[in-house]
Design a protein around this ligand. Structure first.
Ligand SMILES: NC(=O)c1ccc[n+]([C@@H]2O[C@H](COP(=O)([O-])OP(=O)(O)OC[C@H]3O[C@@H](n4cnc5c(N)ncnc54)[C@H](OP(=O)(O)O)[C@@H]3O)[C@@H](O)[C@H]2O)c1
Length: 304
């Protein structure tokens, strides 16, 4: 594949690690209707049975037993779990099948393309992280369109991958190699850690002797209202309420005392509280003096 990326019309994509994400992307790429014609080459999973199942779901491609049986392809999609990406790249390099102009990409959120070590400078490396939950591939086939995709790596690879992932409905945006882990941590904060935060809140209610059904009644409308307000306002200063917004330092002190029995509750409260203080500073409801007292409370080392 030595043709400039923008001029390519026929591509073979082979997939190593065709699990939930890999099978979905292969099928979407196969079915896309852009001016690039994609064929699925080979599929290599841990077990041959799994490779056969992946080929059946994709509806194209050939299952292979090991990396020594790989045939040439234009794009190598490594969609194993993150921890296997490096070892798979080494096996791919060692197989001798890579050719100049090939693109090797992975789909990890936290890793950059630099983890892909190739013998030849003439192969291009990239990562494309779709912000989508591929829990059920069949469902993802219809729900993938509209998902954002963070694209990073060699410029030659990015041109083509932006085009390919856009053709399956991805909203491609660039991310820098050096900030990939931070970018991914941000998405984890908004998604996974939000679930953890809400769970923590329920645990506190349980500790305060409030039963399960009441917990839902108390929290669910509050969560919905807060998330709606947040999503409908570009400025968090228009949304934040509560003791930090008002400068109620005595209330914050009482909270910290109440939370001190559970170190991780207190740590989460103080870490998020510091960001709340910076929002409160923009709001201007609380005085500088009140906010300074709150910062002192939040940053004071507790006596555990
Ligand atoms: N799932 C998501 O929602 C999602 C979203 C965004 C990004 N990602 C990223 O996408 C990648 C894949 O995630 P996934 O959820 O699709 O994983 P998955 O469903 O667990 O599938 C992983 C696949 O990799 C294969 N595999 C594991 N080690 C291998 C090796 N050494 N050589 C060849 N194949 C190997 C497995 O084969 P066997 O079946 O034989 O074990 C399996 O088919 C990860 O980098 C992840 O961070 C996932």
């Amino acid at each position: 594949m030595n043709t400039p990326a923008a001029a390519i019309t026929n591509l073979t994509v082979s997939c190593i690690g065709a699990g939930r994400l890999g099978t979905t992307l292969c099928r979407l790429l196969l079915d896309q209707q852009s001016d690039i014609n994609v064929s699925i080459g080979q599929v290599l999973n841990n077990s041959f049975e799994s490779s056969l199942e992946a080929v059946e779901f994709i509806g194209a491609g050939t299952a292979v037993k090991d990396s020594q049986r790989l045939n040439p392809a234009d794009i190598w999609m490594i969609t194993t779990p993150d921890d296997a990406v490096q070892e798979v790249c080494e096996a791919l390099s060692g197989s001798g099948v890579l050719a100049p102009g090939n693109i090797v990409l992975h789909c990890s959120g936290a890793l950059s393309s630099k983890i892909i070590r190739l013998p030849s400078e003439q192969c291009y490396r990239a990562s494309v992280h779709p912000i989508h939950s591929f829990a059920d591939p069949e469902t993802s086939l219809s729900s993938f369109a509209g998902s954002s995709c963070a694209v990073e790596g060699d410029p030659e690879a990015k041109v083509l991958l932006n085009k390919l992932f856009s053709s399956i409905g991805g909203n491609c945006f660039p991310v820098k190699s050096g900030t990939k882990a931070l970018y991914h941590a941000a998405t984890v904060m908004a998604c996974n850690n939000l679930v953890a935060l809400l769970t923590m809140s329920k645990q506190m209610l349980a500790e305060a002797d409030i039963d399960q059904s009441q917990q839902d009644q108390i929290l669910n409308p509050l969560i919905r209202q807060t998330v709606d307000n947040y999503l409908n306002n570009a400025d968090p200063a228009a949304v934040l309420t509560g003791p930090i917004s008002r400068g109620d330092h005595n209330t914050v002190e009482a909270h910290l005392d109440a939370l001190s029995a559970q170190r991780h509750w207190r740590d989460a409260y103080t870490a998020l509280g510091e960001t709340a203080v910076s929002i409160a500073q923009q709001q201007g409801y609380a005085s500088d003096d009140e906010l300074e007292k709150i910062v002192n409370l939040l940053t004071k080392t507790p006596d555990y």
